[in-house]
Design a protein around this ligand. Structure first.
Ligand code: GLC
Length: 722
């Protein structure tokens, strides 16, 4: 090898070693500084740090330059300010960017976009003087009825574990801590404060934990929020197995565990079982909360003084809080300034909406609409003009602006006449009355094309959400029926004008059986944030070629769903227990194993172009394998395809699902362009968790590797022996 190459090599090795040295030094310095700070603190000061000091802050030690830790919701934007009485403080400048909600981000299947998304969140949190943003929410979408599905990501743990990393790194690279939540098994809102969740170790390890494990071990998340529910009989916020054994010991989590708000129930259990920071117990003390009376309040001083709780374990909690403060420059330097609602932030919100909206159906290429051939469009539905950002509960946002679907369509319509009819009202006891339906039918009749914007909706405000909430915290849907009489409305409109595009908003599946055969085109638009209306319009008129893929299965009917068929959902709400009898068969793992046809499959999403897959080559080396294949854009417009890789084990000691997602790659291609792609599979792609031996096992034998455009649209497959 040439001398210069040797020198370059030697230099790079030396500089890597030096970098490692610096890292180790910094780590040593940080822990030395933390220990030094702790050695200066009084017992009272330490206790002051491990519980809230207001609705969204926890105690600092001004004497030692330790500031309060300032947290804020939520997963898709920085929440409006609240007073100590928990009412919205309507006087502060607290509007911000309203990003698309979690499921829309997941539907992009684009981890890099997750990083951009997290960057916006971190920057806006810094601007608003926060240190911790209480997101991402990543609980597995186990039932289509869960009220908070809109805030989460997917039914599949692999997709969650890939999408969560970019988001967290994006936030934390802005000098702000992310807070992955709600750990663990908070998959329903029904009785969320009291329900006891039971499940097999296999379901826990294979389905419900991987997202959290990736957040800790891959993304290096600084904080984690424990959930309200009990897990195997012990509150999640004081659960020795979840917090001490798995999170801190097995995964090596170095950050802090905070409770969900008002989720701590017992001093000694919280102290011993891994709770570091008690938040929200003031909700039980309103209107004038006394923060020293928290479970981890002054009581702890007495317990330590009387020797009933060792001070070194209290120090461990303080150490974790200080560790997070150092990671976010709160002690040794200034948190980054941050910005809000910049053009860049708006563009990220637009990009996530454009890549997250899913084209579910497009009969005879009904879409995109050709504006040169259209004189008039009827836009029908309350969701077309409704602002959603303040809905949903704690994830509410006072959006700096929100482009509604109607506004977005108007922005693109040019001189096309837009006839709007509200069509239905948002009232739990029905909403579409004869007069409203007649008005909508009238608009449909006199227009060339109809765009119906319906689906679910957010509770309007935090305090009155229960009256009209369908995608909101603390309340689950009662069924999958499209509410407010929209089915009748849609059938009447389609009868008047069959050229009807159906745009569904919401956090997940809705029952389409009454009208799906008559609908030429259907878009799933989620809650697509402040630029959502523009993104929908750009897709409808063809400026954007949709590339979203469903991050959860859409059942035909509720009773088809695994959590209904195998149960239990929502469990025994009298004795407050729910058994996840669907076990590892969540979502497509259920449909494909039990041979039940979904309405739209996990991973499904159409494009305005077509893609051809060819030349699959599978190679193995040891316990790893590689799938290499060619993908070509065989249509007329540029587009992006997310190729999904699923693995099926031919023979296994314990039963396994029909297939499991173990890789994906989103490829952008111009018309006629083709690319050769490789997707690597490591041991994780083939192992499963045996709750007989209580460990991950990889059994030698043959595996099918399936490449598809969705979990049910497999284009290439091959067999490997490991
Ligand atoms: C809520 C939510 C949690 C939120 C917290 C603070 O009850 O469960 O997601 O971050 O309390 O508002």
């Amino acid at each position: 090898m040439k001398r210069s190459v040797w020198l370059a090599l030697a230099f790079s090795v030396a500089s890597m070693a030096a970098a490692k040295q610096v890292m180790a030094q910094t780590k040593k310095d940080t822990s030395a500084m933390i220990n030094e700070l702790i050695s200066k603190m009084t017992l009272e000061e330490k206790v002051h740090m491990i519980h809230a000091s207001s609705s969204f802050t926890s105690g600092g030690v001004p004497r030692l330059g330790i500031p309060e830790l300032v947290t804020s919701d939520g997963p898709h934007g920085v929440r409006p300010e609240h007073g100590r009485d928990w009412n919205l403080d309507n006087n502060s400048l607290d509007s911000g960017s309203y990003l698309p909600t979690g499921v829309c981000l997941a539907a992009t299947w684009n981890p890099q976009l997750g990083y951009a998304y997290g960057s916006v969140l971190g920057s806006e949190a810094a601007f608003r003087g926060k240190n911790v943003i209480l997101g991402p929410g990543i609980n597995i979408i186990r039932s289509p009825l869960n009220g908070r599905n809109f805030e989460y990501q997917s039914e599949d743990p692999f997709l969650v574990s890939k999408m969560v990393v970019g988001y967290i790194k994006g936030v934390q690279d802005q000098g702000i801590s992310a807070c992955v939540k709600h750990y663990a098994a908070n998959n329903q809102e029904t009785k969320r404060f009291t329900i006891n969740v039971q499940m097999s170790e296999r379901a826990l390890r294979e389905i419900y934990l991987p997202g959290f494990k990736a957040a800790v071990q891959v993304a290096g998340v600084n904080t984690l929020m424990s959930s309200y529910n009990k897990f195997r009989g012990q509150w999640a916020s004081q659960n020795n197995y979840l917090l001490n054994q798995i999170l801190k010991k097995e995964w090596g989590f170095k950050g802090l565990v905070m409770s969900d708000w008002d989720a701590v129930h017992n001093t000694m259990e919280a102290l011993w079982n891994g709770m570091d920071l008690e938040m929200g117990t003031d909700l039980h003390m309103l209107p004038n909360p006394d923060y020293s009376k928290f479970f981890l309040g002054d009581t702890v001083v007495a317990l330590v003084k009387s020797g009933r709780f060792p001070e070194y374990l209290l120090d461990e909690k303080v150490r974790r809080i200080l560790y997070v403060m150092y990671k976010t420059n709160m002690i040794n330097g200034k948190p980054l300034k941050g910005e809000y609602n910049t053009k860049a932030h708006q563009q990220t919100a637009a990009k996530v909406a454009e890549e997250g909206i899913v084209l579910l159906k497009n009969q005879n290429n009904f879409l995109p609409l050709d504006r040169s051939k259209i004189k008039s469009i009827a836009v029908i539905g309350y969701n077309a003009e409704r602002k959603q950002s303040m809905g949903g509960g704690s994830s509410q946002i006072r959006a700096f602006y929100e482009v509604t679907p109607l506004a977005g369509i108007r922005n693109m319509a040019g001189n096309i006449k837009v006839n709007y009819a509200q069509g239905y009202d948002i009232k739990r006891d029905g909403g579409a009355n004869d007069a409203m339906i007649a008005e909508a039918v009238e608009a449909a009749k006199k227009s060339d094309v109809v765009i119906m914007v319906g689906g679910w909706t957010h509770g309007f405000r935090y305090d009155v959400w229960k009256d009209n909430a369908f995608d909101a915290e603390d309340i689950d849907k009662v069924d999958m029926q499209m509410p407010f009489g929209q089915n009748e409305l849609l059938k009447a409109v389609m009868k008047a004008n069959p050229k009807t595009v159906v745009v569904l908003m919401g956090g997940g599946a809705i029952d389409m059986t009454q009208w799906i055969d008559q609908a030429p085109a259907i878009l799933q638009a989620w809650y697509a944030g402040m630029e959502g209306g523009n993104a929908m319009a750009k897709i409808i008129f063809g400026q954007i070629n949709p590339s979203g893929k469903l991050p959860m299965s859409f059942p035909k009917k509720l009773e088809d769903h695994g959590s209904q068929k195998l149960g239990e959902y929502p469990g025994d709400t009298t004795h407050l227990s729910v058994h996840y009898m669907d076990d590892i068969y969540v979502g497509y793992r259920y449909y494909d194993t039990y041979k039940v046809e979904p309405q739209f499959a996990f991973g499904h999403g159409l494009s305005y172009t077509t893609f051809a897959y060819s030349n699959l080559r599978l190679t193995t080396s040891g316990k790893r394998a590689t799938a290499t294949f060619t993908i070509k854009n065989t249509g007329k417009t540029a587009g992006a395809e997310t190729v999904q890789l699923y693995v099926h084990q031919d023979k296994s000691a314990l039963p396994r699902p029909e297939k499991e997602l173990k890789g994906f790659n989103k490829v952008s291609l111009n018309p006629g362009e083709e690319k050769t792609i490789s997707i690597e599979m490591d041991e994780d792609a083939f192992r499963y968790f045996s709750d007989v031996t209580n460990q991950w096992v990889m059994e030698p034998g043959s595996f099918q590797v399936l490449l598809g455009s969705s979990s049910r649209d497999i284009r290439l497959s091959g067999k490997i022996n490991l």
